[in-house]
Design a protein around this ligand. Structure first.
Ligand SMILES: C[S@@+](CC[C@H](N)C(=O)[O-])C[C@H]1O[C@@H](n2cnc3c(N)ncnc32)[C@H](O)[C@@H]1O
Length: 455
C-alpha cells in the first residue's frame, strides 16, 4: 500500500512549509500528502528526511533550512526543545500573533463554514513572565526532589529552575518549597509504583495583590514533618497568604484529588481584575494571564452591549469573574458553574464588591440552564465560556429555544468554537465578528471571543 504514497520512509526531499499544527510542527505537502516536521515555519524552504509514513500523513525531521522565515528567532529558553510547555519560542511574537489570527480564521472556515470578520489577534506588549500560576510535577534525583515538567511525549520529569513564561516570584516559590520538602524527607510520588508522597506543587499569585497560595498535592493523607515544613514555608515565602493540602490517591493524570484542607492561613487569596476584587480558592479556575484577562473580559463586555435593562446568563462562570463585570452593566445576572468551591468563591466575590444583582447556581450548564428556561425564565444576553470541549448540545438547543438577543461566546479552542457557531448559525444566529486574544504567548493556544446576534 505504501508504494502508492508520494514519499517513502528515509527519503530526503526538498519542501516548502505551508502551515503550523497545534503542536507547533511545520506542515509541508507532497502531492497533497501532508508531512509534519517539528521546528519548520510557514514559508520556509527546507530539506527534510521522511521518518515515518502512515496512510494519510507522514512525519519528517529537518535536515537543513534553505530559506528562513523572516519571523524565525532564537528561542531564549535553554530547555525549550525538551519541555512541552511552549511550542512557539522559535517564532517571533509578531509571527505568533499572525499565526493565531490565521489559525482562528482557517478553523472557523474549515470546521464551521463560518463567514465572518476575524480581527487581528490582540497581543501583549511584553509576552514573557505572564503566568500567575505554576503547577509542577515532582520527581526525585539523587535523593532530592526535582520538579519542573514532563519531557515531551513522556512522563519523565525534568528539573526546572526557571520558566520564562512564569512570573519570576513563582519560580522562587516553587524552588523554595521543593528544597524545604527535600530537607524534611518528603518523598516524591512514584507514578509507576503508586508509592511516595508529593505529586505536584501548585503556586498561585495575585498579580496585583502579590498574595501567594501554595498547594501541596500528595498521594498520602498526611505530609511527613508537616508542621516544620509549613513553618519554614511561612518564614521563607514573601506574601504567603495560604498553604493548602490536597490529597489525590488515585492512579490518574488529573492533578487534584477530592480532599482539600487549609494547612496555614486563608482558604483563598485575592486579586483584582480592573477594579473588581476576586477571592480565589485552590480548586477554582482563574485565568492564568491577568493582563490579557482584562483585555478578554473588556471585549466580552463590549460584545454583550448592555444598557442596564437586560437579564444576562453567564454559563461556565467559574468564580464569577465575567458575571460581576456584566452585573455592573445589566439588570440581573445568573451565573452557572460545575465546581462547588468556585460558586462559593463567586458568591463571596459578589459580596466583597457590593454587587447584589447576581445569582449563582452550582451544576452542569447543560442541565441547570434548560431547567431554568423550562421554569419560565429567559435571558436577553447569554455569555458562554466553556472548557476546551465546548458547549454541550443540550445547552446550544436551549439557547436556540430561548432566543437571547445576543450571544457572546468566549472560547479557548477554535475547533469547538467553530462547531458550536455552526449549530447557532443553523438555528438563526449570525456570527458578526470574532476577536482572537493572545492569553498564552509562546504557546499555540489561542482564546477568541465571538459576537452573535439573532437575525
Ligand atoms: C474556561 S473556564 C471559564 C471560567 C470563567 N468564565 C473565567 O473566565 O474565569 C470554564 C469553566 O467551566 C466550568 N465547567 C466545566 N464544565 C462545566 C459544565 N458542564 N457546566 C458548568 N460549568 C462547567 C469549569 O469548572 C471552569 O470554571
Amino acid at each position: 500500500m505504501s508504494k502508492t504514497l508520494p514519499v517513502q520512509k528515509n527519503d530526503i526531499i526538498d519542501i516548502i512549509f505551508e502551515d503550523l499544527t497545534h503542536e507547533g510542527s511545520g506542515v509541508a505537502k507532497v502531492d497533497g500528502y501532508p508531512l509534519f516536521i517539528p521546528n519548520g515555519l510557514p514559508g520556509e524552504k527546507a530539506t527534510v528526511k521522511v521518518i515515518k509514513t502512515n496512510k494519510n500523513y507522514g512525519f519528517g525531521r529537518l535536515v537543513e533550512i534553505k530559506e528562513r522565515s523572516p519571523y524565525r528567532v532564537e528561542a531564549p529558553c535553554l530547555i525549550y526543545k525538551e519541555c512541552g510547555g511552549c511550542q512557539l519560542q522559535h517564532l517571533s511574537y509578531e509571527g505568533q500573533l499572525k499565526m493565531k489570527h490565521k489559525h482562528v480564521m482557517d478553523v472557523l472556515e474549515r470546521i464551521g463554514k463560518i463567514n465572518t470578520t476575524v480581527h487581528p489577534t490582540l497581543g501583549m506588549e511584553d509576552p514573557w513572565r505572564y503566568r500567575n500560576k505554576s503547577q509542577v510535577p515532582i520527581g526525585e534525583q539523587e535523593g532530592g526532589l526535582i520538579g519542573g515538567f514532563y519531557q515531551q511525549r513522556s512522563h519523565q520529569i525534568i528539573n526546572m529552575e526557571q520558566c520564562l513564561i512564569q512570573q519570576e516570584e513563582n519560580d522562587y516559590v516553587v524552588n523554595t518549597v521543593k528544597d524545604i520538602c527535600s530537607k524534611y524527607g518528603v518523598r516524591a510520588y512514584d507514578e509507576a509504583r503508586h508509592k511516595g508522597d508529593l505529586r505536584h506543587i501548585m503556586v498561585r499569585r495575585g498579580a496585583i495583590t502579590k498574595e501567594v497560595m501554595i498547594v501541596l498535592i500528595t498521594r498520602t493523607q498526611d505530609i511527613p514533618n508537616r508542621k516544620a515544613i509549613v513553618d519554614e514555608i511561612v518564614e521563607k515565602v514573601p506574601n504567603i497568604k495560604s498553604i493548602i493540602h490536597n490529597v489525590n490517591n488515585k492512579k490518574t493524570n488529573v492533578i487534584m484529588g477530592e480532599i482539600t484542607r487549609v494547612l496555614w492561613g486563608e482558604e483563598t487569596i485575592t486579586d483584582y481584575i480592573g477594579d473588581v476584587k476576586f477571592a480565589i480558592s485552590a480548586r477554582s479556575f482563574y485565568q492564568v494571564n491577568p493582563e490579557q484577562t482584562k483585555v478578554l473580559y473588556e471585549k466580552a463586555l463590549e460584545y454583550a452591549d448592555l444598557n442596564g435593562e437586560e437579564k444576562v446568563i453567564d454559563a461556565y462562570c467559574g468564580i464569577g469573574t465575567i458575571s460581576l463585570f456584566l452585573a455592573k452593566k445589566a439588570r440581573q445576572v445568573f451565573g452557572v458553574e460545575i465546581v462547588p468551591q468556585a460558586i462559593e468563591d463567586a458568591r463571596k466575590n459578589a459580596l466583597i464588591n457590593d454587587i447584589h444583582n447576581v445569582e449563582f447556581a452550582v451544576g452542569e450548564a447543560e442541565v441547570v440552564i434548560p431547567n431554568w428556561y423550562k421554569a419560565g425564565n429567559e435571558a436577553d444576553v447569554l455569555v458562554v465560556d466553556p472548557p476546551r470541549k465546548g458547549c454541550d448540545e443540550a445547552l446550544l438547543q436551549t439557547i436556540l429555544d430561548m432566543k437571547p438577543r445576543k450571544v457572546v461566546y468566549v472560547s479557548c479552542n477554535p475547533a469547538t468554537l467553530a462547531r458550536d457557531l455552526r449549530v447557532l448559525e443553523d438555528g438563526g444566529y449570525k456570527t458578526e465578528e470574532v476577536q482572537p486574544v493572545d492569553m498564552f504567548p509562546q504557546t499555540t493556544h489561542v482564546e477568541a471571543v465571538a459576537r452573535l446576534s439573532l437575525v
